[in-house]
Design a protein around this ligand. Structure first.
Ligand code: MD6
Ligand code: FE
Length: 148
């Protein structure tokens, strides 16, 4: 139990491979949570406006399976940072009809996908309720991508 608690606080030492070119780095952003929240409040000043998408989820909100293909350069990976309430991330395949695997993303988790995984279908299952100590009743997802 103590080890469990500790595991959830610490940055996971080894990334989890979702597919070729796709990694889940549990807790990777935890050391930066306060800086990220301050940047969020400041509107990520200094970023090109479309380099970081901020998505806000309230309980019940979801994102259906999609590909991130608004970017001009698919050579750069997508970096996705989860803050606040946990969510179930749906990790599908090359086709929308591919049955997605489910991964629980918690506050501070980072998912990176590029290369052969860059155009994989992914989404978010309806958010469960709850209360996060820092963010309250919501989840914030930061999606960093290269647009030019
Ligand atoms: C997530 N977000 O919230 C997954 N894609 O964990 C996305 O897949 C996403 O938030 C494109 C643009 C914004 C997003
Ligand atoms: Fe996406």
């Amino acid at each position: 139990m103590t080890a469990d608690l500790f595991d959830r606080l610490a940055v996971s030492p080894s990334p989890q491979k979702l597919a070729d070119g796709a990694m889940l780095l549990r807790g990777f952003a935890r050391p930066f949570e306060h800086a990220l929240m301050a940047a969020l409040e400041a509107g990520f000043a200094g970023f090109s406006p479309d380099a970081c998408l901020v998505n806000r989820y309230e309980p019940g909100a979801r994102m259906s399976l999609h590909q991130d293909r608004d970017e001009t350069d698919f050579g750069a990976p997508i970096v996705s940072v989860s803050l606040g309430l946990p969510a179930i991330f749906l990790w599908g395949g090359a086709m929308r009809s591919d049955k997605p695997a489910r991964y629980r993303l918690e506050h501070g988790d980072v998912v990176v996908w590029g290369g052969p995984s860059r155009l994989i279908f992914h989404g978010v299952a309806p958010l469960a309720g709850g209360e996060h100590v820092l963010l309250g009743r919501r989840r914030i997802n930061l999606t960093f991508r290269k647009t030019r």
